[in-house]
Ligand binder design. Structure first.
Ligand code: AMP
Length: 359
């Protein structure tokens, strides 16, 4: 356990809104933040102490960054593993590079989960149309073809309903390293946000229901309306993953919930704070961002309990134009990410509303 004193500097790879909210939580606890990202105009640096603008493979810039910080973390999972390994030789990096490797590749991720006896959609790694067609004979239709790497918000994937769809779907993918997944006829999508400290304490927030619009998270509802058995299994599985890889920091596990067995399947792991955990800022004793800072700085974790109901709604693209109207609600917790340019599909902010909240 390596405890950092307030006044120490947290290095954050990535300059998006997640980095911004990590920096705000770090400031609350007396820490400084240093953002490392290539983008000149980014939401995180507006609230951070320092910024380095450089590419993730710029060894010289990484070395100077490592010298300037006391611990390193990241706010998105497509950071090159080599970047994290370079930094790890100089300063502690949390979470470790093992989870990054696993979560960057949907095939490795599913094999890792199945090895832990955690259910996923049936899957097969494929690298040609012929392999895809023969995998589909086993997995059967409908199915989803996804790129193994660099997919997000529904990008890099297509549903195939019959063999005739496969060639067109394949040609639309940007890679030939792909995965076929059986299509899960789920009732609900949920996620569990969990945190693990350097001395192995694990705490999880209640599972939340996630609703998507145009493949982008639209609303998270806490707690998810699921029975106790599903809730317990989801939290147990998230805990098992955190412990297996000696994880430090906040991790998110996304699940499909079905009425038929297996009732719970993991869709994806995100080795970071997550959009579906933003409600914890106002609803819980310690937010996901504060927990992440506590964990990576070697501090005791806060509590995750929550008794009321919360709804987080993303403000995507033009939704941000409702900013003043939302503020006029008085009780809505409005977050603006400070992005200048409104673009369709761009996450501009979010709003959390609490109902029947008991402190
Ligand atoms: P992903 O990028 O894997 O998180 O997928 C984005 C969204 O597509 C998920 O949140 C689901 O709504 C849907 N999806 C992905 N994979 C499957 C699947 N195997 N079966 C059904 N829906 C899926």
């Amino acid at each position: 356990m390596r405890t950092l004193e307030p006044g120490s500097t947290i290095g954050v790879l990535g300059g998006g809104q997640l980095g911004r909210m990590i920096a705000l939580a770090a400031a609350q606890l007396g820490f400084k933040t240093h953002i490392f990202c290539p983008e000149l105009d980014n939401p995180a640096q507006q609230v951070a102490d320092q910024v380095t603008h450089a590419e993730y493979d710029d060894i010289d810039a990484l070395s100077k960054f490592a010298n300037a910080v006391d611990v390193v973390t990241y706010e998105f999972e497509n950071i090159p593993v080599s970047t994290v390994e370079t930094l790890s030789s100089k300063k502690p990096v949390f979470p470790n590079s093992r989870i990054l490797k696993v979560s960057q590749d949907r095939l490795q991720e599913k094999m890792f989960l199945n090895d832990l006896a955690i259910d996923t959609a049936p899957f097969k790694g494929v690298s040609s149309v012929e392999e895809a067609l023969s995998a589909l004979e086993v997995i059967s239709y409908p199915a989803v073809i996804k790129t193994r790497r660099f997919g997000y918000d529904g990008k890099g994937q297509a549903i195939v309903k019959r063999a005739e769809d496969v060639l067109a779907a394949w040609n639309n993918l940007t890679s030939d390293q792909n995965i076929i997944e059986g299509f899960i006829d789920f009732d609900m999508e949920i996620s569990v946000i969990g945190v693990r400290s350097q001395d192995g304490v694990v705490k999880c927030y209640c599972p939340v229901e996630n609703k998507h619009k145009n493949h982008i998270l639209d609303i998270s509802i806490a707690p998810a309306a699921i029975d106790e058995e599903i809730k317990k299994t989801a939290i147990d599985q998230a805990t098992k993953i955190l412990n297996t890889i000696d994880y430090v920091g906040v991790m998110t596990v996304e699940f499909f919930v079905s009425s038929h067995a297996p009732k719970l399947r993991v869709n994806e792991i995100a080795p970071r704070v997550h959009n579906s955990g933003h409600w914890t800022i106002e609803a819980c004793p310690s937010s996901q961002f504060e927990q992440h800072v506590r964990a990576i700085c070697g501090l005791p974790l806060g509590e995750t309990d929550f008794k009321g109901q919360a709804q987080m709604t993303n403000l995507i693209g033009d939704d941000i134009l409702q900013y003043e109207k939302l503020l006029a609600e008085g009780r809505a917790n409005v977050h603006h990410y400070g992005k200048k340019e409104i673009r369709a599909g761009r996450k501009m902010g979010h709003v959390t509303r609490l109902y029947d909240h008991k402190d």
